[in-house]
Design a protein around this ligand. Structure first.
Ligand code: SF4
Length: 351
């Protein structure tokens, strides 16, 4: 079975030409795929019946995701879905909706997509990491997660404004499929999302960061650091990367130099583990003057035994970084009560 959501617009064009049809037939498939979200090839009435039949006979499908379960946060701004993407595999995808700020702007609808089912990196504070690795998702499965929410948003008169690759899995460990999905989602004849509205998050796989820098894309990069020293990082992120903290920060610098996009270092704050003022000092020395941004994330209750830091410790940690001139924010978590926040995704919500 071949999924039409796997094809780049150029490939769609080649497909219809190879089937003996004029080039413009490709746009008659692409436009509805990315603006009307059909569930079946026969839901594209502008295509000649013969072409629809031939595509079906050739094994093409529209692999839309099937919603297995939906949970919405108390105030309605976070929606977590369990989506059935293939016959055997389900994955969690989250939508976060933000109202315009008081000074104006537009409402934002950010989708957090998964790139793998489970994750091999085994971060001790992460529910997905505790599941172990199950499988890599194909590009069409990543695209389908976005399309599913785009359809829901369209019915509310909204649209997808941002995309973060921060769901289940390590995007760099499924690099080729992740990049194919990014190219389809940002192609002006595909989903058409601005490259700058996408952030790829990694646990610090430097080979992937360097490769991404060469893609000629303007996507943002977030690196999950969680510790300023290798000894502690090894305990928190045991199998994630053979790269040292210094090498990871250096790869972030190279990314910034090559793309001009500021790198965000994600730092999950865990009480009594990595939230002391000494560690904040150590982190500030490491990141001082390199123009990056630190996003502090007070940890959520997950599968592990980790506790959220006190507000005083969060404030002090932030103050130390800011005083050292390191740009820093504290992430306001959304969706904690429905286990949709950072590090809480796993596929056992049903049953
Ligand atoms: S934090 Fe990210 S890299 Fe680590 S186990 Fe969880 S999903 Fe994998």
């Amino acid at each position: 079975m071949a999924d039409l959501y796997r094809l780049l617009p150029e490939e769609m064009e080649q497909l219809v030409i190879d089937m003996g049809y004029p080039r413009y037939r490709a746009d008659q498939i692409l436009l509805p795929l990315y603006y009307k979200f059909p569930k079946d090839i026969n839901d594209i009435p502008q295509l000649p019946k013969k072409l629809r039949e031939e595509l079906t006979e050739a094994g093409y499908t529209i692999g839309s995701a099937k919603e297995v379960h939906r949970v919405v946060s108390n105030n309605g701004d976070v929606t977590k879905l369990l989506l059935d993407l293939t016959d055997e595999n389900s994955v969690e995808t989250v939508l976060m909706q933000y109202a315009p700020s008081k000074i104006g702007g537009h409402p934002r609808s950010t989708i957090c997509v998964s790139t793998q089912i489970g994750c091999a990196m085994g971060c001790v504070f992460c529910a997905t990491g505790q599941m172990g690795f199950e499988t890599n998702l194909k590009a069409e499965h990543i695209v389908s997660q976005v399309i599913h929410f785009a359809d829901i948003l369209q019915q509310q008169g909204e649209h997808v404004t941002n995309l973060v690759f921060m769901g289940m899995g390590e995007p760099m460990a499924n690099y080729d499929e992740m990049i194919r999905a990014v190219r389809i989602l940002t192609h002006d004849r595909g989903f058409g999302l601005g490259q700058r509205h996408i952030t790829i998050s990694t646990i610090g796989i430097t080979s992937g960061i360097d490769k991404l820098a060469e893609e000629n894309l303007q996507v943002g990069l977030a690196i999950s650091l969680h510790s300023p020293n290798n000894e502690l990082r090894k305990k928190l992120v045991p199998t994630a990367t053979p790269n040292s903290v210094e090498e990871i920060i250096e790869a972030g610098r190279r990314y910034y130099k090559k793309t001009g996009r500021r790198v965000t270092f994600e730092y999950a704050l865990m009480a009594g583990i990595n939230d002391s003022s000494e560690i904040a000092e150590e982190l500030s020395i490491l990141l001082k003057g390199n123009g990056s941004h630190v996003n502090l994330i007070p940890i959520n209750p997950t599968a592990g035994d980790f506790k959220s830091p006190t507000q005083d410790n969060v404030d002090e940690f932030e103050r130390i970084l800011s005083d050292a001139g390191v740009n820093c924010t504290v992430r306001v978590e959304k969706g904690t009560e429905i286990s949709a926040a950072c590090g809480q995704l796993r596929t056992d919500i049903v049953g």
